[in-house]
Design a protein around this ligand. Structure first.
Ligand code: EPU
Length: 339
């Protein structure tokens, strides 16, 4: 186990914000974490669990203990005619897991190619992209409950999964550390090409004989064409969630904007891409000193270098106010903001 004091988190958040944590603890097994929790006076208020730091914005130094899993390993638990069950350590990089499954021909997470972050963060966020959400392959997870310092299992039905949401982001926020997950993949993959951007790509390039390797390649290409690489420009992917609005407001918007992009989610509910709203509000590609709105995807706020977390946070608030004023829609942040 590594315990560091006054530790810079610059390399541990994809926004590249240079702040310090009072204490940083990287653990390689669940017993290491348990021993640490038992040996120290740990104040739950002062704990922050991070994965790949790809969905977090620090607005100032963190005056507590940051816990980071370095639990590795991808193991086959069971295989039958239809499915293969994998157990994966929470410290494994999500995209390494995707690559492993795609190379082996196990289907289910190929649409989630190139999502930054670790396996342990996947259930927290219920990560999703290109027509697939993590919960679709999820079986259960194991972790440490920080309150009673015991290993605990959460089955899918107990996780309260929603759109970029789970119990680990709400009731159990910073009270539970994921150590392993169990997922169920298909031995004979069923392809998901429902997402418009994938369909357009296939048509445009006249791609035939599609398999999961090809889907993964397509998603990689689409993502690369739209989303900035955090190794080059600091960012945390979508900064906001796509808001869901009611029918009344939807009709009003539709009347005002011919080109409104929307997805009907329930009878009277419509999801509007936050990127579309931000673009219409005039923020696409706008730069304010060290921070800005990405030029190809307005949902992504970027650090052009040297920005503070507060600068990004201020920009996000400015955008929120504008969207409220212009569309009467409240944007919620997807990124976890640490104050
Ligand atoms: N759009 C605009 N202007 C923009 C951005 C988007 O008009 O600046 C329009 C697009 O033209 C398109 C629609 O909005 O018609 C949807 O755009 P896109 O397919 O890029 O998806 P999104 O809704 O903006 C969501 C996820 C992404 C995920 C993509 C693909 C959220 C908050 N974001 O974005 O997730 O990769 O779908 O499935 O749900 C992330 O969570 O970090 C992330 C990148």
């Amino acid at each position: 186990m590594n315990v560091e004091k006054d530790f810079s988190l610059k390399k541990f958040n994809t926004f590249g914000i240079d702040i310090k944590a009072k204490q940083f603890v990287a653990f390689h097994t669940d017993d290491e974490l348990l021993n640490f929790l038992k040996s120290e006076e740990v104040n739950l208020e002062d704990i922050l669990i991070i994965g790949g730091g790809s969905n977090i914005l620090f607005t100032k130094d963190f005056n507590g203990t940051v816990l980071k899993s370095e639990i590795m390993g991808i193991n086959v638990l069971e295989r039958n005619k239809e499915n293969i069950f994998l157990e994966v350590g929470s410290g494994v990089l999500w995209d390494d897991l995707v690559e492993y499954t795609v190379n082996k021909g196990y289907g289910g997470i190929e649409n989630l190619t190139l999502i930054p972050g670790t396996v342990g963060a996947a259930p927290i966020q219920n990560i999703g992209a290109y027509g697939v959400e993590f919960e679709e392959v999820f079986e259960e997870l194991e972790g440490i409950d920080l309150l009673n310092k015991r290993k605990t299992i959460y089955k899918k039905s107990q996780c309260n999964f929603g759109y970029r949401d789970s119990i680990f982001k709400t009731e159990l926020k910073n009270k539970f550390v994921v150590t392993k997950i169990k997922i169920k993949l298909k031995v004979n993959p069923q392809l998901n090409t429902s997402y418009k951007a994938i369909q357009d790509y296939i048509k445009e390039k006249s791609i035939e004989n599609i398999d999961i390797k090809e889907i993964s390649k397509i998603v990689k290409e689409i993502r690369k064409s739209k989303l900035p690489d955090p190794n080059i420009i600091g960012n945390a992917g979508s900064f906001f969630k796509n808001p869901v609005i009611n029918k009344e407001l939807f009709i009003e918007l539709k009347n005002n904007y011919d080109d409104l992009v929307f997805y009907q989610v329930e009878n009277d509910k419509y999801k509007i891409p936050a990127g579309w709203l931000i673009e219409k509000a005039g923020y696409k590609g706008k730069r304010f000193d060290n921070v800005g709105v990405h030029e190809k995807q307005s949902l992504v706020l970027v650090n052009y270098g040297g920005a503070t977390g507060m600068e990004i946070y201020d920009l996000s608030n400015k955008i929120k106010s504008k969207i409220l004023e212009k569309f009467n829609i409240v944007l919620e942040t997807e990124v976890n903001i640490v104050h």
